[in-house]
Design a protein around this ligand. Structure first.
Ligand code: COA
Ligand code: AMP
Length: 242
């Protein structure tokens, strides 16, 4: 199979990223990914042969909750994280981290925070970069799109949901105990918490409508960090169904 990855930037700032794991239609997919960013001054497309691909039968189950305000949404996210075994104080710490911006130099990171579920210590080697979940895709994207539409997911949410659900599913597969996420896109206030026992729980609103700050926190066991990092970055994973 091929791993096809696209990233685009404008004035030195990352503006778009997308990837596919495919057997055929290489040229069609390159064209499709190249059309994804609206504005950019540099785009990099990487094609890489992948020898071994792991399979997951089902993505995490999806649940959706809407709240009146951010405080109630955060309260619910903390409750769900504690159902995964995360201490309440660390769930709160993760929310505060994303609220302020997880990059110690201010603003967003280029990947996720790795947080020790025991001590709350950050375990990423580089706190401006973090860890990225890559080499993950759906076996049949068209089928997944159709099934999500049939479940009432509106077009505005569809592609983001597909991408984020794929990432969250791979994270659990790799041994991440729980995840907290909201986007850095100012127009997108739906975030999620995810974990093996709670599934993929969409929660709105996780931030103010105008905020350009977001991020991901992966809760992990310290002793598993090296194995999890290798899995998140290197293992190619295809997800079969919902
Ligand atoms: N955010 C910010 N910067 C990013 C970035 C991101 N998501 N992805 C790449 N970059 C920039 C960084 O400067 C990075 O340098 P760094 O490693 O020092 O941070 C540089 O580009 C090179 O990154 P690299 O990891 O080599 O890129 P890649 O070619 O492997 O592509 C992406 C990775 C873009 C595909 C991945 O980061 C991404 O965005 N994935 C999300 C796609 C998705 O939703 N997947 C689910 C599919 S169903
Ligand atoms: P997004 O949902 O794309 O707005 O991303 C929100 C945040 O998640 C970004 O600010 C990054 O810190 C982080 N992030 C983006 N892509 C990845 C990835 N592939 N894996 C892990 N973290 C990511």
């Amino acid at each position: 199979m091929w791993s096809v990855r696209m990233r685009a930037q404008k004035e030195g700032k990352h503006v778009s990223g997308a990837e596919r794991l495919i057997k055929e239609d290489l040229h069609k997919v390159i064209l499709e990914l190249s059309k994804r960013p609206k504005e950019f001054d540099k785009m990099v497309i990487t094609l890489e042969r992948v020898e071994r691909v792991e399979i997951v039968e089902r993505a995490l189950p999806i649940y959706s909750y809407d709240f009146r305000d951010i405080a109630s949404a955060h309260g619910f996210a903390i409750k769900k994280l504690t159902e995964c075994g995360i201490k309440e104080e660390l769930a709160l710490k993760a929310i505060e981290l994303l609220r302020k911006g997880p990059n110690p130099k201010g603003g967003n990171m280029r990947g996720a925070v790795l947080m020790d579920i025991e001590s709350g210590e950050r375990l990423e080697e580089d706190q401006e970069r973090g860890i990225r979940t890559v080499r993950v895709d759906w076996e049949d994207r068209k089928d997944i799109q159709r099934r999500l539409r049939n479940r009432g997911i509106r077009p505005y949410y569809l592609y983001r949901l597909m991408d984020a659900l794929a990432i969250a599913t791979k994270n659990v597969y790799c041994g991440v105990i729980a995840e907290l996420c909201w986007s850095d896109d100012p127009t997108y206030t739906t975030g999620y918490v995810a974990g093996k026992d709670i599934g993929y729980v969409r929660i709105k609103p996780m931030k103010e409508g105008s905020s350009p700050i977001g991020g991901r926190v992966y809760f992990v066991r310290r002793e598993d960090v090296q194995r999890i990092k290798r899995c998140l970055e290197e293992t190619a994973l295809l997800i079969k169904g919902l």
